[in-house]
Design a protein around this ligand. Structure first.
Ligand SMILES: NC(=O)c1ccc[n+]([C@@H]2O[C@H](COP(=O)([O-])OP(=O)(O)OC[C@H]3O[C@@H](n4cnc5c(N)ncnc54)[C@H](OP(=O)(O)O)[C@@H]3O)[C@@H](O)[C@H]2O)c1
Length: 367
């Protein structure tokens, strides 16, 4: 019997995209969140009230704990995760439920792998954090490049960018802005010489060729750093870069340095805390349709020779995040996941299954 799928944060921008994608696949997710009236309204709109709803608030962890039982899948889009994410992890681990989220924040990724992973392993459930555009595309691109490169590859670098023509000021959701504000000012990490080490975000900048253009990216702690070395143990170095326009990127880098001043950091986190009272929405379907996503991976040997590359192109990052979480949740509810504990997309589903699932939602290898 397939487990239930519970979407926590169903009335948020990303949660709603995941709900829509699940309903489109024929799943009947439980809609969970802190506003019972809005949840009922959503159920009425999508299913004539047939979809179950359940109230849960991070401020009252027992209500989050009540969402899932063993064998269920908890999908969480309640962020910023660094501040709001732990109760959902606690709920999944306590219940023995699988867990999938839309997180993109380095410190939360680190917490899931280092702290929650062992607890989930003991409980026999799988935790799949950062299961959206960040960082599924880079994990898949990295794995495909490493597979082609073979045993000699000791380093992989992943770069993320967008394709198409973004509409100025409309490309990000309120939740993303709030989470990015936290990311820029938080500590981050990298994978160097065979281990995870602390490193501030945007410490490195480099360019990539991909999607027929050249783009710049700034370094960020991602799930690739934890997940790819488990599948490819010969790896000594892993880097992930988020693309941005050139000059703006340099400014952000300076910003990240300034963030080490405590007063600056407090100001921005305070700002992002104010921004998350109620979803502030995000790009609508028309705006989303104007852009796509791009992930490029390069596998290198110890001398720095590029042995293999992989490029993936897919739909807009938000659409992709909703679709990926829906695919992952439906697959995990029906077939379970491979292994237990904190899992990356590749080890959690297996490379060929992940590749097929991504292709199903339009994320495909182009080079
Ligand atoms: N990895 C990726 O590629 C990717 C893509 C998209 C988004 N994200 C991340 O996903 C997260 C959500 O983004 P978004 O744009 O969807 O933001 P959003 O629309 O503001 O959604 C935030 C959600 O959190 C809920 N929430 C806030 N406080 C809560 C509490 N105390 N208890 C229960 N629920 C609470 C909100 O509930 P209400 O609906 O009741 O306000 C809302 O559903 C962000 O961290 C963002 O960075 C990542």
């Amino acid at each position: 019997v397939a487990g239930r799928i519970v979407v926590f944060g169903a009335t948020g921008f990303t949660g709603r995209l995941a709900v829509d994608a699940l309903v489109a696949r024929g799943s009947k997710p439980v809609l969970a969140g802190r506003q019972p009236d809005l949840l009922k309204q959503l159920s009425a709109e999508l299913s004539g009230g047939e979809l179950e709803t359940q109230a849960a608030d991070v401020e009252r962890p027992d209500t989050v704990r009540a969402l899932v039982e063993e064998g269920d899948v908890l999908v969480s889009a309640v962020g910023p995760f660094n501040r709001l994410g732990d109760p959902a992890l606690q709920a999944a681990v306590d219940a023995g439920a699988h867990y999938i989220d839309s997180n993109g924040e380095p410190l939360f990724i680190q917490r899931v792998f280092d702290d929650w992973g062992p607890r989930a392993e003991a409980a026999g459930c799988g935790l799949l954090t950062a299961f959206g555009h960040d960082y599924v595309s880079g994990n898949l691109a990295g794995a495909l490049a490493l597979e082609d490169a073979g045993e000699a590859a000791t380093k992989v670098s992943v770069g993320y960018s967008i394709t198409g023509s973004p509409t100025r000021g409309q490309a990000m959701s309120g939740g993303s802005v709030a989470s990015s504000a936290e990311v820029i000012y938080e500590r981050s990490f990298a994978y160097r010489d065979g281990q995870i080490v602390g490193e501030r975000p945007a410490k490195r900048v480099r360019s990539f060729e991909g999607g027929g253009k050249r783009f710049f990216g700034m370094s960020v702690g991602a799930s690739e750093h934890y997940a790819l070395p488990r599948v490819y143990p010969q790896l000594r170095d892993v880097d992930a870069y988020i693309g941005w326009a050139g000059p703006a990127l340099r400014a952000l880098q300076a910003f990240s340095l300034a963030g080490e001043l405590p007063g600056v950091r407090r100001g921005v986190v305070g700002l992002s805390a104010r921004m998350i009272k109620g979803s502030s929405g995000g790009p609508d379907a028309e705006v989303r349709a104007k852009t796509g996503s791009l992930a490029v991976a390069e596998a290198e040997d110890a001398e720095g020779n590029v042995l293999a590359r992989a490029e993936l192109e897919g739909p807009n990052g938000y659409a992709l995040t909703g679709d990926l979480m829906a695919w992952g949740a439906a697959h995990a509810a029906k077939h379970g996941v491979e292994g237990s504990g904190a899992l990356g997309p590749v080890d959690g589903f297996g490379l060929r299954t992940l590749e097929a699932g991504c292709a199903e939602v339009g994320l495909k290898r182009t080079a």
